[in-house]
Design a binder for this molecule. Structure first.
Ligand code: GLP
Length: 260
């Protein structure tokens, strides 16, 4: 696990965008796993800028999003489908037929989840998975004590996660109890992972995920077993790390061939 502390969330977003752009330039048919929430927004803005100003080409890229609320259709303002089109897809040249999100209106949920897993497999697997982290350490919508072997399936949100995500809903609007999310086993099969965590509210979760024991109570801690994970954070999110000085030292002394 590579731990990268940047002065601000915007700096970390730029760096993550450069990592994704480097992959897309070296492999134009890359399969990207994408995330929603506040954390990836500045990264998506930078990818859009690179597309418009530097010819970053998404025409052969395939995308799979982590999760979707059950009961919300694509037109719902708080759906992750709408989030992705609002913050990224409408501004780049990704082909709509290569964009995948779980179907929030699926009538046969187990079949929808199995189809999603099959579509990831048929695309050749995910080259790079982008993740945020919940304040309780969840990734995707895999809440604490999710099985480390889990696949795409229905999950019930915790009250804390529903409260954390309330700002994305209108005042008084009901926040769904249920979601479809890629499983932890699904996420762990991605060939590379970038996890973003910003702000003091993520400091405990990041410290537990990076330096604590690997435990089902902290789903992101499983990434300690992933062969190629980069965790990018700002100073506020890094304040609970015991080895922050070492991570800064490692990043400052990266061999030139490893830099993006
Ligand atoms: C939701 C999403 C997660 C995301 C998390 C953190 O729970 N399902 O994928 O990582 O929110 O979101 P934010 O980046 O807004 O803090």
């Amino acid at each position: 696990m590579e731990v990268i502390i940047q002065p601000t969330a915007a700096d970390a977003g730029l760096l993550a965008a450069r990592m994704i752009a480097a992959l897309v330039r070296s492999k134009p048919t890359a399969v990207l796993g994408l995330a929603t929430g506040g954390s990836p927004v500045s990264l998506y803005r930078e990818l859009i800028r690179m597309h418009l100003e530097e010819d970053l080409d998404f025409s052969q890229v395939t995308t799979f999003n982590l999760d979707e609320y059950l009961g919300l259709g694509p037109a719902h303002p708080a759906s992750y489908f709408n989030f992705m089109w609002t913050h990224l897809f409408r501004y780049i040249n990704v082909r709509p037929e290569r964009v995948h999100l779980p179907d929030g209106l699926a009538s046969d949920i187990p079949a929808c989840c199995a189809d999603y897993e099959a579509a990831i497999r048929n695309a050749g697997g995910i080259d790079l998975q982008l993740l945020g982290i919940g304040s309780d350490g969840h990734i995707g919508f895999n809440e604490p004590v999710s099985s480390f072997s889990s696949r795409t399936r229905i999950k019930t949100l915790t009250p804390r996660t529903r409260a954390d995500n309330a700002p994305f809903f209108g005042p008084g609007e009901e926040i769904p109890q249920h979601v479809i999310t890629m499983g932890i086993g699904t996420i762990m099969e991605a060939r590379e992972v970038i996890l973003l965590g910003f702000g003091a509210s993520k400091a405990d979760a990041l410290a537990a995920a990076i330096e604590g024991p690997v435990a089902q109570l902290v789903p992101a801690s499983i990434l300690q077993f992933h062969p190629k994970t980069h965790v990018l954070m700002d100073e506020a999110a890094a304040q609970k790390l015991q080895r922050a000085e070492y991570y800064r030292h490692v990043f400052a002394n990266k061999p030139p061939w490893q830099r993006v």
